[in-house]
Design a protein around this ligand. Structure first.
Ligand code: ATP
Length: 430
């Protein structure tokens, strides 16, 4: 059987781990990969489970690359001595291992975010990448997925054993890569992405499951989270474009209430694009006043080509004096409510719009950390406000993560508040 007369893509899955052989861990990765591959029109040739043993891994991969187009190897990518998959496969394919700066930086950032300090020497092994391997981003962990090509042309893909990490890589970068590499040999794929922000992945997934208890067939649904939000990706395979569109529309109808408060439309996936579009559509111009985000909102907006027709400018008002002298924030509100408060965020949004002759304003003030928190206003507390035509709305949130992630989340939340004010999903209350 084949699609459009071309031979089907054949795959072999190798799962690595003593615990799988001993029955201490049920091999859910192989089952999950089997379902996902089948739903993409890939023929699974066979599955092998092997021990954490150099010879066993080597002989399984050697045999697999002989007749499969795609060999997926999971497990044994970790930092401990029993994690040997990367070394064995690199050696088998004749690729030297080289420490990769980008991966090391990603590992450092994760350690830092989790407050775990310096990366231990043994963990640096995770940053060793076989020369020429393609890296696949791991949104839920440290070790990236790796793709290498064997001599006969088979692709060998290494994935972590942790199920959540494996799925995140597969549904993200690997999916894109498989479509790129084998597109003409796979059934047509229809993708539809809904961008959301402001709601955690777990809550969104629960609400979707409650609304669609029977699932989303014939579409499969993946949740793709990052620090700015969660994308929902619907994938339908093997149907015509019109049929697939019809199914997507029906699913979107069923999920309207769940998605409506959180969604935004942007071809690039960037909320700033949606904000600029909404301003342009309403003939409004924006000014921005930022404290803890230090210009990040402005950066997001000025990254967009053509931003000058909707963006007037901005002020980074870090010190209280600047908030009062340059922006015109009421000194009474500042001393009465404190610099991180709803009153100040509103004043910043209103005053920057007034003084820069814009219709709309954004104000952000908060404690990005790691120092500066109090029990009443811990690190991560951010007040942000949006103003439109002299009226405003403000919100407070306690964002998790390190300084960078608090700032990133705060900028995103402020942009989203303005978008909702512009499109009427939220009303000014002052
Ligand atoms: P880590 O970086 O965490 O060490 P790894 O790639 O080395 O990841 P393993 O050490 O093999 O992966 O496994 C990590 C965890 O994932 C273990 O708890 C293991 O039981 C689980 N796991 C590994 N392989 C599978 C599998 N095939 N199915 C289900 N769970 C698995």
């Amino acid at each position: 059987m084949s699609f459009s007369g071309k031979p089907m893509v054949g795959a072999t899955v190798v799962t690595v781990g003593d615990e799988l052989l001993l029955g201490q861990t049920v091999d859910t990765n192989a089952a999950w990969l089997g379902r996902e591959l089948a739903s993409r029109g890939v023929r699974l040739l066979r599955r092998w489970t092997v021990a954490d043993d150099i010879q066993e891994i080597r002989s399984a991969v050697t045999a697999a690359v002989r007749d499969a187009d795609l060999v997926l190897v999971t497990g044994g990518l970790g930092p401990t001595p029993d994690d040997m998959t990367r070394d064995v496969v690199a050696d088998l394919l004749g690729l030297p291992l080289i420490e990769d700066d980008e991966v090391l930086e990603h590992i450092r950032a994760r350690y830092h975010d989790a407050g775990m300090g310096e990366v231990p020497e043994v963990t640096r092994r995770l940053a060793q990448v076989p020369q020429g391997a393609r890296k696949l981003a791991n949104p839920h962990g440290t070790a990236p997925g790796l793709v290498m090509e064997a001599e006969g042309g088979a692709l060998v893909v290494l994935l972590p054993g942790v199920p959540r990490e494996l799925r995140g890589i597969f549904l993200g970068d690997l999916d894109v890569f498989l479509a790129e590499r084998f597109g003409g040999r796979l059934p047509p794929v229809h993708l539809h992405v809904v961008h959301t922000t402001g709601i955690p992945e777990s809550r969104l997934a629960q609400q979707v499951a409650e609304r669609l208890p029977e699932g989303t067939a014939p579409a499969s649904l993946a949740f793709l989270p990052d620090v700015r939000g969660v994308d929902l990706r619907f994938t339908i395979r093997g149907l015509s474009h019109e049929e697939a569109e019809g199914h997507v529309r029906a699913l979107e109808d069923d999920l309207r209430e769940v998605l409506e408060p959180w969604r935004f439309e942007a071809a690039s996936g960037d909320l700033a694009e949606a904000v600029a579009g909404a301003l342009r559509g309403r003939g409004k111009r924006l000014a921005v006043a930022e404290s803890c985000t230090g210009g990040l909102v402005m950066k997001r907006l000025t990254d967009l080509p053509g931003a000058s027709d909707v963006l007037v400018g901005g002020v980074v008002a870090y010190a209280n004096e600047v908030k009062v002298d340059a922006l015109g924030v009421d000194a009474g509100v500042l001393t009465g409510e404190g610099a991180v408060s709803g009153g100040v965020a509103r004043e910043m949004a209103l005053e920057v719009a007034r003084s820069l002759h814009a219709h709309a304003g954004i104000g952000v003030t908060g404690i990005a950390g790691p120092g500066g928190g109090t029990s009443a206003k811990p690190v991560g507390t951010v007040w942000y406000a949006a103003a439109l035509d002299g009226r405003s709305v403000a919100k407070m949130e306690r964002f998790p993560g390190d300084r960078e992630s608090v700032r990133e989340r705060a900028a995103q939340a402020a942009l989203f508040l303005l978008l909702r004010l512009l499109d009427g999903r939220i009303l000014p209350d002052d």
